[in-house]
Design a protein around this ligand. Structure first.
Ligand SMILES: [Zn+2]
Length: 389
């Protein structure tokens, strides 16, 4: 289960020093690795609860101890529907809960911080403005996939521009903002016609990210034949790098020829799958490379298992679909199975404090988030999540 701890002693000390007159940022430190899973899952577990979007894209908080959900809106008479509700969340706009705050990064690169109850917006930094100063206002800049950990904010920026010869170019950059030093640094730059960037994990000043081959220029996914897909699959190479935001240093720690990397941290190593070669991005074996020994191990020999069946829950868990079509939840530190999810009824389940948060059918017309304690899940048997005994 995910635990995000930060050092409250540091917090208390820095409040004393700051005296509130000069509002400096506190020194925070994460003990756990963090991922950007909330942009895929739409949930963000934090301490005793879970932040999630309801059916109307409204931000809610579920407290696992009281088992009560709250809409995070304080507007009087609000119907909590649509953009006029302060708790409305844009697509991919799920905030990152860290350091006793909710952090939002807009597509334009404006970073804001709110209290955990989603009130009192405070602008921290304009990452886009910093860039546009350099590049000029004509440049198109978009931000995606960010992680807040300790005093650092990591994000991938896509920049479209015209070069000196008038040619249209796109590049991707991995940026890190040190909120304490108020300093924005570029850790990696790639030509977007050749590679794309994705942050895999981060913990304070350390981040793992991957650079994956882009499709060939003339490749058309909509109309491609099986043979053309096979060609692209063969070329889907991935570089995994580890960077240090403190000194800007980086090293390539892994390279995968034709496969898919799903997770990497100092603790779990690098999790990856090699492709089966069918052209459908189906993967063969689930493997791990140990960071200390460099040893590569096959953890699970594959039947035909599609890429999307390997879902990262957080920096510690992974779901592997077994031959019965059930999702097995493994802890990646020891690669031990913790639970089995019956994917037919509950096609996604995330371990949170005291149980599982499941996206499941409420009735015939919709799926909703539901919380099952470990006890309840065991009672439900075959149709829900069964915790391994
Ligand atoms: Zn509202």
């Amino acid at each position: 289960m995910r635990k995000i701890n930060f050092i409250s002693v540091f917090l208390a000390v820095s409040i004393l020093f700051c005296g509130c007159a000069d509002k400096k940022d506190h020194v925070y430190e994460d003990k756990e690795w963090r991922t950007n899973i909330r942009s895929v899952s739409g949930i963000e577990p934090y301490e005793d609860g879970v932040y999630y979007k309801n059916k109307n894209d409204i931000l809610c908080y579920f407290d696992t101890s009281s088992q009560k959900a709250t809409v995070l809106c304080n507007k009087k008479g609000c119907s909590h529907e649509g953009k006029s509700c302060p708790a409305y969340i844009e697509t991919f706009g799920m905030p990152d809960a860290a350091n006793d705050s909710l952090y939002y990064l807009s597509l334009e690169g404006e970073l804001t911080r709110k209290k955990l109850d989603n009130t009192s917006e405070e602008k921290i930094w304009d990452m886009g403005k910093t860039l546009r100063k350099e590049m000029g206002d004509e440049t198109s800049i978009s931000f995606s996939g960010y992680i807040v950990t300790g005093n650092y904010v990591y994000t991938v920026v896509r920049i479209a521009y015209t070069d000196e010869e008038g040619a249209y170019k796109e590049r991707e950059e991995l940026h890190v903002l040190d909120t304490a030093a108020k300093k924005q640094t570029v850790l990696e730059t790639v030509d977007a016609s050749k590679e794309t960037l994705e942050i895999l994990s981060a913990k304070n000043n350390i981040t793992y990210y991957q650079a994956q081959n882009a499709y060939d220029k003339d490749f058309q996914p909509e109309t491609a034949t099986e043979e053309e897909w096979k060609e692209q699959e063969k070329k889907m190479n991935t570089r995994v790098c580890r960077a240090d935001a403190k000194n800007g240093g980086k090293e390539q720690v892994f390279e995968l020829k034709s496969g898919f990397v799903s997770a990497a941290t100092d603790d779990i190593g690098i999790y990856y799958n090699d492709f089966l070669g069918t052209g459908y991005m189906e993967t063969k074996n689930l493997c791990r490379k140990d960071r200390k020994t460099g040893e590569e191990t096959i953890l699970k020999k594959g039947d035909i298992t599609a890429k999307y069946m390997y879902t990262i829950l957080d920096a510690e868990h992974i779901v592997v679909q077994n031959e019965k079509g059930l999702g097995e939840i493994y802890n990646m530190k020891e690669f031990e199975m913790e639970a089995v999810v019956a994917q037919k009824e509950y096609w996604v389940a995330y371990p949170v404090k005291g149980g599982y948060f499941c996206y499941a059918p409420e009735n015939e017309d919709g799926m909703v988030w539901q919380y099952f304690t470990e006890k309840e899940i065991q009672k439900e048997g075959g149709n829900a999540v069964m915790v391994k005994e």
